[in-house]
Design a protein around this ligand. Structure first.
Ligand code: NCD
Length: 330
């Protein structure tokens, strides 16, 4: 529904005309990171900064008072769903949580377009996670209200990539010039698909380290290649660890494998431990979208370079910024 611009001044008569349209994202869907340029990112991160200050100062405030978010998750989630809920509630709005589609009419066979058309009667914005690539884009075709893609199968996870990039900026101060190494399941990991695309707006070098059967998809590789991004592939971390500024670790996505024996053969391919960290730069960060299932051992958690728990908190501020922007209040 990218072209849908809802009438603004009728929405809230108490706001002067223009107030709700201040944001370039007002009324827009967030489906893929392809829709952002560097200016957009600066804007989003600027708002995220303000959100952090406000949360630290007052905790909860009334920017989105009266607004309702429908949180529709067809796949498991802890961080994404609860951070969107927290974001909405810290902004004074409320949430219709449908985290167990099993208990909704989806289990009766209702189609995604119908479910979305239902929820938009009751909510102002819909956050959707779905196992199929393109599900959010499909939902957006049918919805009049904005759709935020919270993960569409092995496709994209744009809000995660935004918070990942925000983490890099906050932790390392800049993006240009960095060497980012993505490790693990680069085939099925939607977070790395979105992050690689987003990083291609910057002057970065990317290393992809994975088992041969879990390599970064060809279409993403060539997309970045056309943008002259330097990319290197390997099945070993050793060679690239010393030059890495951001080590982005991912979980092998068990649920995406058709053949469980294949999963078993790669599930323990990499484990980041204290020995790994001893070979890494002094100034670098380790990230992970989480959940982890053994690819980073707990002994790394206390290392100041382990940024994955801080990364979750940055996610709250970025999602608050996105909600405020799409709902026209930032
Ligand atoms: C990721 C996801 O769902 O794609 N988790 C998340 O949103 N933080 C990564 C994963 O499940 O491995």
């Amino acid at each position: 529904m990218a072209t849908y611009i809802p009438p603004t001044h009728t929405e809230n008569p108490y706001l002067p005309f223009g107030d709700q349209r201040g944001s370039p994202f007002y009324g827009r869907d967030i489906l893929s990171v392809k829709q952002f340029d560097r200016k957009d990112l600066e804007y989003i991160f600027g708002v995220a900064h303000e959100m952090r200050e406000m949360v630290q100062r007052v905790g909860t405030f009334d920017l989105l008072k009266g607004k309702i978010l429908a949180s529709l998750f067809y796949e498991p989630s802890t961080r994404t769903s609860s951070s969107f809920t927290s974001a909405m509630e810290r902004l004074g709005g409320s949430v219709i949580p449908i985290n167990e589609v099993r208990y909704s009419s989806v289990s009766k066979g209702e189609s995604l377009p119908d479910t979305v058309r239902t929820l938009e009667c009751y909510a102002d914005i819909i956050v959707l996670r779905h196992p199929e690539v393109g599900a959010s884009a499909l939902a957006a075709q049918f919805a009049r209200k904005p759709i935020i893609n919270a993960g569409d199968g092995i496709g994209e996870h744009p809000t995660q990539a935004l918070l990942d990039l925000f983490t890099i900026v906050e932790e390392l101060g800049e993006v240009d010039g960095l060497v980012v190494t993505m490790l693990g399941d680069l085939k099925y990991g939607r977070t790395v698909h979105s992050l690689a695309r987003l990083l291609s707006l910057y002057n970065v070098r990317l290393n992809y380290v994975s088992p041969a059967i879990l390599r970064m998809p060809e279409d993403i590789f060539s997309e970045l290649d056309e943008k002259s991004i330097q990319q290197a592939e390997s099945d070993k971390l050793d060679g690239v660890l010393v030059e890495t500024d951001v080590l982005y670790v991912t979980r092998v996505q068990r649920e995406r494998f058709a053949d469980q024996a294949e999963y078993e053969s790669v599930k323990d391919a990499y484990v980041i431990g204290a020995d790994t960290m001893s070979q890494a730069k002094e100034r670098m960060i380790v990230m992970h979208p989480l959940p982890r299932v053994g690819e980073i051992s707990m002994e790394v958690d206390d290392d100041p370079r382990a940024a994955y728990f801080r990364q979750m908190e940055y996610g709250l501020y970025v999602r608050m910024a996105l909600l405020a922007m799409v709902l026209g209040k930032a």
